[in-house]
Design a protein around this ligand. Structure first.
Ligand code: AMP
Length: 117
């Protein structure tokens, strides 16, 4: 993806707008969701611009794995990994995606319902 990332998450990566950042490494940024759907709701995003999961290629397989490992590492560091949590990624309209820069939701802190609806 070579186009400019004009999404809200692109602006967070570039520090043009604030976010409550909880995790950062060379490839991944993690920050609190502004409208939390659970007591813990953190988003993990790649710094590389990928609009939807449909746009990811085999070249990004490791990067996608990094999102998962960052979320699990955060859960362990925060002490709720054993109680459990959910990670999920929405894609396009039926998935409920509203921000078109891929992000892994980490939800925790209460019993989560399944199926999510
Ligand atoms: P999705 O619907 O899967 O695309 O998720 C987008 C998420 O981004 C929603 O849970 C929003 O609450 C969240 N969100 C939108 N704007 C911001 C922001 N500026 N900072 C943090 N989270 C945001």
């Amino acid at each position: 993806m070579s186009q400019t990332n004009d999404t809200i998450f692109g602006k967070i990566i570039r520090r043009e707008i604030p976010a409550r950042i909880v995790y950062e490494d060379e490839h991944v940024l993690g920050f609190h969701d502004v409208d939390p759907k659970a007591p813990v709701h953190v988003l993990f995003i790649p710094k590389k611009y990928i609009p939807t999961l449909n746009d990811a290629t085999a070249e990004e397989a490791e990067l996608l794995g990094r999102l998962m490992l960052a979320a699990a590492g955060y859960a362990k560091a925060q002490g709720f990994a054993d109680d459990g949590y959910r990670v999920l990624m929405n894609c396009n309209t039926h998935g409920g995606q509203t921000v078109f820069h891929i992000h892994l939701h980490l939800l925790a802190g209460r019993q989560l319902q399944w199926p999510p609806g």
